[in-house]
Write a protein that binds this ligand. Sequence first.
Ligand SMILES: *[C@@H]1O[C@H](CO)[C@@H](O)[C@H](O)[C@H]1NC(C)=O
Ligand SMILES: *[C@@H]1O[C@H](CO)[C@@H](O)[C@H](O)[C@H]1NC(C)=O
Ligand SMILES: *[C@@H]1O[C@H](CO)[C@@H](O)[C@H](O)[C@H]1NC(C)=O
Ligand SMILES: [Cu+2]
Ligand SMILES: [Zn+2]
Length: 206
Amino acid sequence: MSVKGMLTLLVFGAVAVAAEHVAVVRLTPNNVEKPNVTGNLELRQDSSDSPVKINGTIWGLRDGLHGFHVHQAGDLSNGCVSALGHFNPDKHDHGAPGDAVRHVGDLGNIESTNGVATVEILDNVISLSGRNSIVGRSIVVHEGEDDLGKGNHSLSLKTGNAGDRAACGVIGVLSPLDSWMPNSGTSFLWSSYMLILSASGMVIKF
Ligand SMILES: *[C@@H]1O[C@H](CO)[C@@H](O)[C@H](O)[C@H]1NC(C)=O
Ligand SMILES: *[C@@H]1O[C@H](CO)[C@@H](O)[C@H](O)[C@H]1NC(C)=O
Ligand SMILES: *[C@@H]1O[C@H](CO)[C@@H](O)[C@H](O)[C@H]1NC(C)=O
Ligand SMILES: [Cu+2]
Ligand SMILES: [Zn+2]
């Protein structure tokens, strides 16, 4: 194999590992009698250990703060109720996004002004791959404010007492459209490496 060929393999291997993952969410109203809360969100992560950036817009919420969480299930067959509770693989108490003790899904509050909430969140705990992956789960926006676990209420440490679910949506794949498995990039790099070694005449014995 030529040097150019090896470089090409190395470059493509690195790109496969560093590829940005993008997911999307379409928020739809929980209650058809209040069919007015909708939204579009986009979630981006540069690599598996980068923070996840969430941006987008939610329309129709009353003005003020609204709890915003990743819930466990991507099942909206019974509205936002079947999304179940906050995504909490570590069995922690509910908390603020910046707390050491929080649910993985605890993303705090978003704020609506004149019926429009612009969402811009950067979070280091949720991920689009691995153990804390939120792909296939759901985002729920609540009618009330999340007290971030600091309210004097029996629900504070469970849900932040954020009230009913206003809207929800499943976190789905946008790009890349091929495998999101965390090992696919690594094994590609590894096989490129082996190929280069064998092409350059080096033999490895285990
Ligand atoms: C998020 O931001 C990107 C880049 O600025 C933009 O292209 C995209 O439309 C935004 N997504 C949403 C849902 O607002
Ligand atoms: C949403 O719809 C409900 C029921 O029709 C209404 O009471 C509420 O004011 C609406 N909210 C907004 C922000 O338009
Ligand atoms: C917390 O709530 C309880 C019961 O509602 C009340 O008796 C108590 O005074 C409250 N404490 C604070 C610090 O607000
Ligand atoms: Cu919630
Ligand atoms: Zn929580």
